[in-house]
Design a protein around this ligand. Structure first.
Ligand code: CA
Length: 494
């Protein structure tokens, strides 16, 4: 069985192999060449563009900044749903949340679409070694996808504990942050970097191209990082407040009611925090980003030392954005710019215009078609995204005119009752909240990113403040954006 599968490369043969459940063993027996690069696919949990290379003045991220100098930096990359599981599933399946029916972390795409061929599964079928370390699909052991990986998927190893201090050892959520004087390897991301480096050496000797996904756990809450990374950041830099900046006038449904931060010990459940606590949490987030940056640096250094950098595409992405009190809220779970916009950095060996950023609008759902294009593999039919290869060749290239994100209310693992569909163009965001029972439009939002009355900039981030949906001068834009979204949804739901 193995030999015929290994020699067949068509979609038909792929279906044959998948049906027989031996996809992981179905490799084209070819040696690696420049046409078949390796992939180091680095996912960073809850990372907004809090990076020096994105112009964040509070970020201390020398290693990712160095990577960016040899890469394409995507200024306008967006998650398809601003929460872990749905976003990651969209990336790895190449489908929108309405297609995977993964709108919540506890939903699993194979229940709805058992025959989905994921990005790594596709690569595995064409001779790649595919391996996942850390949080790639999900942070939950029950929600992994063995079909995607032919070298196993290691979410955590024993003793990869979220907390290291004695007073945080009970089960579940404890303090929202800790800053012990420990080494990198005392926390999971340090252990993960060491494991990934060891696996790189194994993969190098395998004689086959590889797709290694490494999913770092921070800066997701709790903001736990070794003291040395907290010490990089001065407490006074984070003492600023948005409390007097006026409330955004978006409709209530635009906001999440899930109190992720409020569930930690010592944090008020309504997430209305004292200034001191706000500053500490912000500093903790940036400390965690610096900690992850150091681990990414180790991984990239190993890539260079092994010489694999000459044949490896590096893709670094955040699974969604994050709010640190901007817009009067914390965490993620909305269709706003802060939550949907993510860092995306793609490095290709010997790429054109390295270090140049692009303003092309892209979705994380575009990563699947991009990866298979770079691997010279035909994509499966029906992918929602488009390959970004022309933007990798030319930063001024454009791929699409808008990107769609969505979020359900209430947010739980049942079928959603209400969905907020949001379309981002280069200048506007239009969001429509729909009752899914009968299609009734419950609320609309329209923001103009070129109008200072509509948005605010705070520390390099854009916050929607004034919903223009009822403004007379915006009715033409409203109709145009509504048509655009309707067209998009028709195509999605056909
Ligand atoms: Ca996340």
């Amino acid at each position: 069985m193995h030999k015929p599968c290994a020699l067949l490369k068509s979609q038909v043969s792929l279906s044959c192999c998948l049906l027989l459940g031996v996809a992981a063993a179905c490799h084209a027996a070819e040696s690696k060449s420049v046409d078949r690069p390796n992939f180091l696919f680095i996912c960073v949990d809850d990372l907004r563009p809090a990076l020096g290379c994105y112009g964040d003045p509070l970020a201390i991220t020398p290693n990712i900044d160095q990577l960016a100098k040899r890469s394409r930096i995507f200024n306008h990359a967006y998650a398809q749903q601003a929460v872990c599981g749905p976003s990651r599933t969209s990336v790895l399946t190449g489908l929108m949340p309405d297609e995977t029916e993964v709108w919540h972390n506890r939903n699993q795409f194979r229940q709805h679409r058992p025959n989905t061929i994921t990005m790594p599964q596709m690569l595995a079928s064409q001779g790649y070694h595919t391996m996942a370390l850390g949080k790639v699909f999900s942070g939950n052991q029950r929600e992994l996808d063995p079909l995607s990986w032919n070298r196993g998927e290691i979410l955590r190893e024993p003793h990869w504990n979220t907390y290291v201090t004695n007073h945080n050892q009970a089960a579940g959520k404890q303090a929202a942050f800790e800053m012990p004087d420990v080494s990198d390897a005392d926390y999971p991301d340090g252990k993960l970097a060491a494991l990934a480096i060891a696996k790189l050496n194994t993969l190098q000797n395998s004689g086959r191209p590889f797709f290694l996904a490494v999913g770092f756990f921070k800066p997701h809450l709790p903001f736990n990082a070794p003291k040395q990374y907290w010490d990089l950041h001065r407490d006074q830099d984070f003492h600023y407040s948005y409390k007097n900046s006026g409330s955004p006038d978006a409709p209530p449904i635009a906001y999440h009611s899930h109190r992720e931060l409020g569930g930690y010990r010592g944090i008020p459940s309504d997430e209305i925090l004292a200034d001191e606590m706000e500053a500490t949490l912000r500093r903790g987030y940036y400390a965690c980003v610096s900690y992850v940056d150091a681990q990414v640096g180790k991984l990239l250094q190993a890539l260079e030392q092994t010489g694999l950098d000459k044949s490896t595409v590096v893709i670094l992405w955040g699974d969604h954005g994050f709010s640190l009190g901007e817009g009067h809220r914390w965490c993620k779970g909305t269709n706003f710019e802060l939550d949907t916009r993510v860092p995306l950095i793609i490095h290709i060996p010997e790429m054109a215009a390295p270090g140049k950023s692009t303003n092309a609008l892209v979705g994380l759902v575009d990563l699947y078609p991009t990866v298979v294009a770079l691997a010279n593999i035909n994509p499966p039919s029906g992918l929602a995204g488009l390959p970004l290869t022309k933007v990798l060749r030319r930063p001024s290239a454009r791929v699409q005119q808008h990107v769609m994100s969505q979020f359900s209310r209430p947010w739980n693992s049942k079928s959603p009752e209400t969905m907020g569909y949001s379309v981002r163009t280069p200048t506007h965001r239009y969001t429509k909240w729909v009752d899914l029972k009968d299609g009734t439009v419950l609320q609309e939002e329209l923001y103009d990113y070129d109008n200072p009355d509509s948005i605010r900039h705070e520390h390099n981030y854009t916050i929607e403040y004034r919903n223009q949906i009822h403004s007379e001068e915006y009715q033409q834009a409203r109709r145009a954006m509504s048509r655009r979204l309707t067209h998009e949804l028709k195509a999605l739901h056909k």
